[in-house]
Design a protein around this ligand. Structure first.
Ligand code: NAP
Ligand code: MG
Length: 498
């Protein structure tokens, strides 16, 4: 930890230069302003100061980006760049990201607020993802299908064409890469929209994309708010697919935009309210040590957060005491000081979460720890204490809705059936965890829980090779692994009569 602080804390000249003047966005390998000249500020949530400004892309700008992408796709990317050449470009980009890790880590910490060590984890994850999909570029195969004699049928997987990638602010570069890497490996041209709160690492990546040698128009990066920029992408007739990560509400509006325009394909990675279930036969030390992080990681701004903890009756008090003590010991501060928890992303998000805390109290949950905005030297940023509630009421708002802050709700259960019933009592289905030493119970739980990812005796385990995506209202489509290829290709069947 201290090592990473020393490695990244002193701002590099490139970092200072990057935030030292207004940024432009990347269209057709050119750095451009918005056609309206409008800009938006991006701020440092640790102290609410403006870092720099970025263009606010409107419908016209999005249209220019789509034309550049389509032109690149039709005129060279589709036919003239071989899978091996695509792979080389992706490997080259990963190398450049590794070369410039320090700058990327610092920009992510400044823009998003997350601690340096956590930002470093994200940047490393992003370049690993790129390398994983670079390997796939040369292995996207079709099949031959046995049919009647005198006929041959083969299938092939083709790129979709121009894809729009809309990403959130909680893991800015990492989630961008979850989309960009497979989309490019499959041979698509891309329009990437980072969240308005955190555009900086995506724009720095744009520099590296040019340096790596990607032809013009293959990757375009447009900045701006959900409205107008994201909406213009969703409704554009020339975009073949939108891949989105963010709120369920915006996910719905993207499906609507697709339905009303060209029926573009849509994959959605949405919210969650993931159950973290601890049985009394678990290795308690391991379960407890994981609990502060599964409850508060990234200041709770994480779609897989274990925000509903269910603990078997006999170990409930001990678990609660432990978490209270750990929450009190967590350091909170400016990400550049590498604390345990950084700020919330914005004043707005902080207010939303504080409002949830009020509602939790009003609806009868017991506030056991935290619940307040941090003051003193932290009052100029958007800092919130890690917060613990207990309740046995399953119907209250803080048990049902995604809060997206460092707020965890802990409840008791008696037996296996009650644990499963409670775990599944949600409209979401992104992830779930179970802690037990009983192998058969672990398997039975994994089978019974309605979640796209299940962790047994662990939490938040990810790998570029393992499919990730939600059931129910947590979304559709699986990112990562081989499944990620299906999101960015279409399958053609060819019949030959001989
Ligand atoms: P959000 O509004 O869903 O934002 C995600 C992305 O979608 C951003 O790039 C956003 O742009 C864009 N967007 C917003 N409105 C759009 C529209 N009408 N059409 C197309 N794109 C649009 O999420 P948020 O406001 O940042 O956070 C709100 C809640 O979303 C959180 O409290 C949390 O519950 C959830 N969330 C989930 C995840 C996740 O990983 N599943 C991540 C972040 C947030 P701008 O941000 O630039 O406006
Ligand atoms: Mg910011």
């Amino acid at each position: 930890m201290t090592e990473n602080k020393a490695k990244y804390q002193h701002l590099a000249p490139e970092t200072l230069e990057f935030i030292g003047s207004p940024r432009k966005m990347l269209i057709d390998n050119e750095w451009v302003a918005s056609s309206s000249k409008e800009t938006i500020n991006t701020i440092n949530p640790a102290n609410s100061t403006v870092l720099t400004s970025v263009p606010s892309a409107n419908e016209t700008d999005v249209d220019t980006a789509v034309r550049a992408a389509r032109n690149a796709f039709n005129n060279y990317w589709k036919n003239d760049v071989s899978p091996a050449q695509r792979a080389n470009l992706l490997f080259k980009l990963a190398d450049l990201m590794e070369r410039d890790t320090k700058v990327l880590v610092q920009l992510e910490t400044l823009d998003n607020g997350k601690p340096l060590e956590k930002a470093a984890f994200d940047i490393e994850g992003a370049s690993n993802h790129l390398k994983y999909y670079a390997g796939w570029a040369t292995k996207i195969e079709g099949s031959t299908v046995p049919v009647d004699s005198g006929k041959l049928v083969y299938t092939q997987k083709e790129p979709l064409g121009v894809v729009g990638l809309i990403v959130p602010w909680n893991f800015p570069l990492m989630i961008a890469m979850w989309k960009l890497a497979p989309a490019l490996a499959c041979g698509n041209c891309c329009i990437l929209k980072p969240a308005e709160q955190t555009p900086l690492t995506a724009l720095y990546l744009g520099k590296l994309i040019i340096e790596a040698g990607f032809p013009a128009g293959v990757v375009n990066i447009v900045t701006g708010g959900g409205i107008p920029t994201g909406q213009a992408m969703t409704q554009h007739m020339g975009i073949d697919k939108i891949s989105f990560t963010g709120s369920t509400e915006v996910g719905r509006s993207i499906l609507e935009g697709a339905a009303r325009s060209n029926l573009k394909k849509v994959s959605l990675e949405l919210g969650g309210k993931s159950p973290n279930v601890i049985f009394d036969d678990a290795n308690l030390e391991e379960a407890l040590n994981s609990l502060p992080w599964s409850s508060f990681y990234n200041s709770g701004q994480e779609c897989t957060l274990g925000s509903r903890v269910y603990v078997q009756e006999s170990i409930f008090d001990k678990t609660l005491e432990f978490l209270k003590k750990k929450a009190a010991a967590m350091t909170i501060g400016n990400g550049l000081d590498n604390p345990d928890l950084g700020p919330m992303i914005s004043e707005e998000q902080l207010e939303t979460v504080i409002n949830y805390i009020q509602v939790g109290k009003q609806e009868g949950a017991t506030l056991v720890y935290g619940g307040a905005r941090c003051n003193g030297s932290l009052s100029s940023g958007y800092f919130l204490e890690p917060t613990i509630f207990t309740t046995q009421n399953e119907n209250i708002t803080i048990v049902r809705e995604e809060i997206f802050g460092p707020v965890v709700v802990i409840s008791k259960f008696d037996d296996f059936d009650e644990a499963v019933r409670k775990a599944n009592a949600t409209e979401y289905g992104l992830a779930a965890a179970v802690w037990t030493s009983d192998l058969s119970k672990a398997h039975r739980f994994a089978q019974a829980v309605d979640a796209g990812t299940v962790w047994v005796n662990g939490y938040d385990l990810f790998d570029a090779s393992v499919p990730f995506g939600g059931f129910k209202q947590s979304g559709n489509g699986k990112e990562m692994g081989k499944s990620g290829i299906d999101l960015y290709t279409r399958e053609k069947s060819v019949w030959i009569v001989f």
